[in-house]
Write a protein that binds this ligand. Structure first.
Ligand code: SF4
Ligand code: FES
Length: 334
């Protein structure tokens, strides 16, 4: 076991636990507020080897360990850095770290269009939340943004590459959850893009899960596109006897109409259990399901209760941290 302190909250965790996992444990046990958990755009606890691509989860390690108390020289991705006994970490309590994360968000938004008003992911998009918390209203980027034609990945999934942040989650889902991956990231650097090999469609029973894991609106459900804004629908827990998957889903309903079927997600925005395409795309009648009742959304989303009041408080806290950082910087400069 190893002891770690994050933003002043301590916990003992098994060896090999990452800083991000330890933060989630602290929040799940009610020791630390959820807001102090670093955001994650590419890490996904259900997908092996995920994480390490987006840098939104960076934290400041102010004490490496009991044995070697030196601080780490630069921010580290908390989804990859494992805990060492006695480690001390700062997330929201470090103004310079908050500023560094704002920089990461600015980079993620360089090519990402601000088309939330017409994007199906709006209301559930982690980048939208990050943009709101850390982003700046204007852009300093003067060059032309990368643009791509929209692509159909099979008959039920739309790829809107302009919005992709290259988090690799969909690639890992296709690799680990479906029985054959036919898409991936081609080219490198500024030319990198998600694509199917020779426009080959993803066509197997679990391909729809790539929609659920995508943190932005790059992969959307064609059966739901432009049908409704997510905050106008009512999420309901429902299940059916399915021979291919667990059959436990969230139905997004309006009246008695099922607009969308997704896997159930936890408070970190990760699916609890992956579901099959038959449940997701073909069972769109309320009579196909045993409806259990309204689903409580316990995470960042406009559909969760008091979302904006909580986000507003977080935004106030972040700007206070930033002001403190600026004051310290000016003071040190004199
Ligand atoms: S399409 Fe979505 S899930 Fe796939 S790499 Fe891009 S952002 Fe990530
Ligand atoms: S969540 Fe850690 S680098 Fe993306």
């Amino acid at each position: 076991m190893a002891k770690v302190t994050i933003d002043g909250y301590s916990i003992d965790v098994p060896d090999g636990t990452t800083i991000l996992q330890a933060s989630r444990m602290l929040a799940e046990q009610g020791i630390m507020p959820d807001a102090n958990v670093p955001p994650a755009m590419c890490y996904y606890s259900k997908l092996k080897t995920s994480g390490g691509y987006c840098r939104t989860c960076i934290v400041k390690v102010t004490k490496g360990s009991e044995k070697d108390p030196r601080p780490m020289p630069k921010p580290v991705p908390s989804c990859r850095q494992t805990i060492m006994d006695g480690m001390e970490v700062q997330n929201l309590t470090a103004p310079d770290l908050v500023e560094a994360r704002a920089g990461v968000v600015e980079f993620l938004l360089i090519n990402h269009p601000l088309d939330c008003p017409i994007c199906d992911q709006a209301g559930e998009c982690h980048l939208q939340d990050l943009g709101y918390e850390h982003g700046k209203a204007g852009t300093r980027y003067e060059f032309e943004r990368r643009t791509f034609e929209m692509e159909d990945i099979g008959d039920k999934i739309k790829l809107h590459m302009n919005r992709c942040i290259l988090c690799y989650r969909c690639v890992k889902t296709a690799e680990q959850v479906t029985d054959g991956r036919v898409h991936g990231v081609i080219s490198r650097g500024d030319h990198a893009e998600i694509s199917t090999y020779i426009e080959q469609a993803i066509d197997n029973d679990f391909s729809g899960n790539v929609i659920d894991v995508c943190p932005v609106g790059a992969l959307t459900d064609k059966t739901f596109r432009f049908k409704s804004r997510v905050w106008f629908t009512k999420p309901m827990d429902a299940h059916r006897n399915c021979t291919k998957c667990c059959g436990k889903v969230a139905l997004w309903m309006s009246g008695n109409e099922v607009f969308r079927v997704t896997a159930r997600k936890d408070k970190w925005g990760e699916v609890e259990e992956f579901i099959c395409n038959e449940c997701r795309f073909e069972k769109k009648a309320a009579s196909d399901w045993n409806i259990e009742g309204p689903r409580k959304i316990d995470r960042h989303s406009v559909i969760s209760q008091n979302h904006y009041s909580e986000l507003k408080q977080l935004k106030i806290d972040l700007s206070k941290q930033k002001q403190l950082g600026e004051k310290a910087h000016n003071y040190n400069g004199h």
